[in-house]
Design a protein around this ligand. Sequence first.
Ligand SMILES: *Cc1c(COP(=O)(O)O)cnc(C)c1O
Length: 466
Amino acid sequence: MTYSKIQSELFRSLPKIDELSKNAPPSCPHQVAVRAARLVVEELRELIKTAPQEAKKKLERANVEDLYLSRVRQLLTPSLRPVINATGVVIHTNLGRSLIPKEILEEMAEIGSRYSNLEFDLEKGVRGSRYVHVEDILCEITGAPAALVVNNNAAAVLLVLSTFAKGKEVVVSRSELVEIGGSFRIPDVMKQSGAILREVGATNRTHLRDFEDNICEDTALLLKVHQSNFKILGFTKSVSVKELRLLADKYGLLVFEDLGSGSFVDFSKYGMEYEPTVQEALRAGADIVSFSGDKLLGGPQAGIILGSEEVIAQIRKNPLNRALRIDKFTLAALEGILRLYRDEEKARAIIPTLRMLTEAPDITKKRATRLLRRLRRTKNKGLRFTLIPSIGRVGGGALPLQELPSYGVRVETVEDQGLSPHELEESLRYLDPPIIARIDENGLILDAKTLLDGDIPIIEKVFRRL
Ligand SMILES: *Cc1c(COP(=O)(O)O)cnc(C)c1O
């Protein structure tokens, strides 16, 4: 590769790593100062190759120093940090799903910073089990005879299939071979577990006889999977857990339902779509149910498995269980959240996911109005703010068609050459803290459904700097 004369000159004018790193603030660790210098020089070198004119401008002394200092700042900022969720999507998997209430974080801090009875039986003075701390309360709330918690629901599904269907067949409807996102697909998880998939029925309709016709001596389990993130509408038929139960009894099989979200609360009471609760799934006759801790439950990332004492004892003995086990912070958080469910009103008031999902629209409107007032106070002449009705979403795959009545503030740039909604959305992501907004066909919206009260003054402050 040959370079032009200008490019060769620019290469020669690149700053030296040790010279550049002298610009770091005194508190910056040496290795960070040097790494930032290397990154900046590398970046400029690439730019000279592809856009020499642009590189020339950036190579001016003051510009290089600015570039360097912003790179240092970036390296010194933690990678995982808080953002403001203005999308209106309550269980937003990319933004951390459910929020843990402050009072429960205090309990977690206590457990994390001190020794605990994590695996110690205080009555007998011998080694105990970490699972007892949440098993009792799970059984109390759901009526299940026994319970086990693991790292997440994907792990729960893997563990259940591996325990009861390794080398055996699992019958499941074609309409339930779900992909959740990331790379979680039911057929792939089944392969990992060693179970053999026997898919039955058609995409839109599966009958009980489809299940019965496909049961053979290798069949171990009948599986039902929640249709997360999608719905099949129109000419449809599916087989209920109640019907699967009858079949399972006839042939001596187990029924396992992957509930996905899993909720203890009947959300239809709050004007939302009806979705069977965990308690109802158990009453319908599933031997085993599993669900996430951080979806509709509103707790920490976890996978909860409920079933008979015999079934849970067998799962517990699976060596995979050790690899998928839950840590003490999660246990502390989960126990705290579960205890709140003893009083549904209290749970609704304190657990952020439940509060947002069941919040009355006039409360959301008040928050949006407060946001509007604060934004107007910034006197940002380049932006126009308008209060609008909006539609929030549940997220997390649960209740995929449910619309949540909400309010928000539309943000527009006023001049003719103002920013497009996409440019505006991008610039909000670069703020500190970043604001994650939503774009629809009419422009950019800050949805008040998912804003925390403390977010509003922060939004005002960062908008002043925009
Ligand atoms: C979300 C979901 C999972 C995975 O749960 P995680 O807790 O995210 O691991 C599995 N199955 C269904 C049906 C789901 O909706």
